[in-house]
Each structure stands twice: as structure tokens, then as C-alpha cells.
Design a protein around this ligand. Structure first.
Ligand SMILES: [Zn+2]
Length: 180
């Protein structure tokens, strides 16, 4: 092997090794910025990491119990981005007459009103968070948000999904930390 070829191969090796180390690092940094619970527009945390982590773990464990394990649902649950709206409800974008406590913007983003009480204190289990997660999970599993819920237009949302939301809220409200 002539020296030039050796040098070229050597630097290719160095470059590839550096890329293997730094590319995942940089991608990881960007993913970190999108960690569930970060308010997308205000770039701040509304609920604590602990509260959010508990909520996500409760949701995925209850989903598994109700409907069986789904890799798609777990993946969608943990990658969802949240826009917390610190109010009782909000006007749904592009629908001037529609107010909601929760809204699915797209398959990986939900808006949730924090519904603070009179002294400004908000509790995650009082919000529509688990309800909106069901929409995200249904899309991941069946390709539909089923905005019609239990109506006839779509069949993905069943009575059991309402029950799932109820159980998740109850477990979260009880301070359940068994899964963390
Ligand atoms: Zn809904």
C-alpha cells in the first residue's frame, strides 16, 4: 500500500469514528429538546419531570393491560410533544368558535389546557392529557385519531378507552410511583 492510500484510509477511519460518536450525540441533543412535557412554544416545563414520567409510565402500562403490548403505541407515547396551555381551555387554531381542553395537532403533537384552580395550581390528572394520548395511540395503532370517539364514523375508540383514561387519572391522582 502506498503512503497516500494509507493516509486516506486512516483519515477515513478517523472521520467515520468521529461521526459515529458525534452524530448520535447531536441527534440526542435535539431529541432532548423535544422531551415530553416541554411546552413547545414557551420552551418551559409546566409539570415536573416526575409527574410527567409517572403519567407516561402509567399510560403505557394500562394500555398494555387493556389492549396488549404495542410497540407503536409505546413509541408514540414517549415521543409525543406537548403544548401546555395555562388556562381552563383554549381556542382551537383555525376554528374561531371551537374551544377545547385538549387537541391533537398532528400524530406527534398535542395541546393540553392545564386547567389551574383558583390559586393557579394545576394537576396533571385534571387535564385532558390521558385523553389526548389515547388519540395519539389510536393513530399509531390504527392510523386514525377517531375524533368521533364512540360514534359511528370510526370504530377505533371504544368504551374501554374511556375506562383506560379514568384508571390512568385515578392512579396518577393517587401519587402512584410503583412504575418509576
Ligand atoms: Zn377526544
Amino acid at each position: 500500500m502506498d503512503p497516500l492510500t494509507f493516509i486516506a484510509i486512516f483519515f477515513c477511519g478517523v472521520f467515520l469514528t468521529a461521526a459515529m460518536i458525534f452524530v448520535p450525540l447531536i441527534v440526542g441533543l435535539f431529541r432532548w429538546r423535544e422531551v415530553p412535557g416541554s411546552d413547545l412554544l414557551q420552551n418551559k416545563k409546566v409539570f415536573t419531570d416526575h409527574d410527567l414520567l409517572r403519567a407516561l409510565r402509567i399510560f403505557e402500562s394500562e394500555w398494555d393491560t387493556f389492549f396488549g403490548y404495542s410497540r407503536e403505541v409505546h413509541s408514540a407515547t414517549w415521543s409525543v410533544k406537548i403544548r401546555w396551555v395555562e388556562d381552563k381551555h383554549f381556542q382551537v387554531p383555525n376554528h374561531p368558535d371551537v374551544y377545547a381542553t385538549g387537541w391533537v395537532k398532528d400524530p406527534s403533537c398535542i395541546w393540553v389546557a392545564t386547567r389551574p384552580d383558583e390559586d393557579g395550581h394545576a394537576q396533571l390528572h385534571r387535564t385532558a392529557f390521558f385523553h389526548e394520548l389515547v388519540h395519539i395511540a389510536l393513530y399509531a395503532e390504527y392510523g386514525t385519531f377517531d375524533a368521533d370517539h364512540e360514534g359511528n364514523a370510526e370504530v377505533a375508540w371504544q368504551q374501554a378507552h374511556h375506562e383506560l383514561v379514568r384508571v390512568c387519572k385515578k392512579r396518577h391522582a393517587s401519587g402512584d410511583t410503583a412504575l418509576i
